[in-house]
Design a protein around this ligand. Sequence first.
Ligand code: THU
Length: 140
Amino acid sequence: MTDPIITAAVAARLAAHAPYSRFLVGAALRCDDGSIHAGCNVENAAYPEGVCAEASAISAMVLAGGRRITAIAIAGAGPRPCTPCGGCRQKLSEFALPEAEILMVDEAATVLMRSALGELLPYAFNAAAFAARDSALDNS
Ligand code: THU
């Protein structure tokens, strides 16, 4: 059976607004409560204002009250896996452990690549840095 986050990512891709790049992306993540939240890329004529599919799915999750991502599927097209951009890896790391599964699929739901966040973003900068700062400040 196809993982529902894959089905949701493939469907979300069809809603993408990508008239400039013509590179449609869908993403769907699973939260630790089992809920699924999807997003698509939304481009803008002012190019830097565009939003990636992963960021869009994260926003949907946060709006619904979710805070912990256990897996995400990212749907592109063709044989090359659509790997998350650097900014999205960082955005995911705010809500996902290094073990979180990242599935890259094509437009027909074929899994092209499987990875984990820790593999795609080693040595992530995260909230642990602030805890370390606080303990350093306490000891000064
Ligand atoms: N894009 C995503 O939405 N997610 C990715 O993982 C890679 C790239 C979008 C951004 C832009 O709208 C288009 O794909 C081309 O870069």
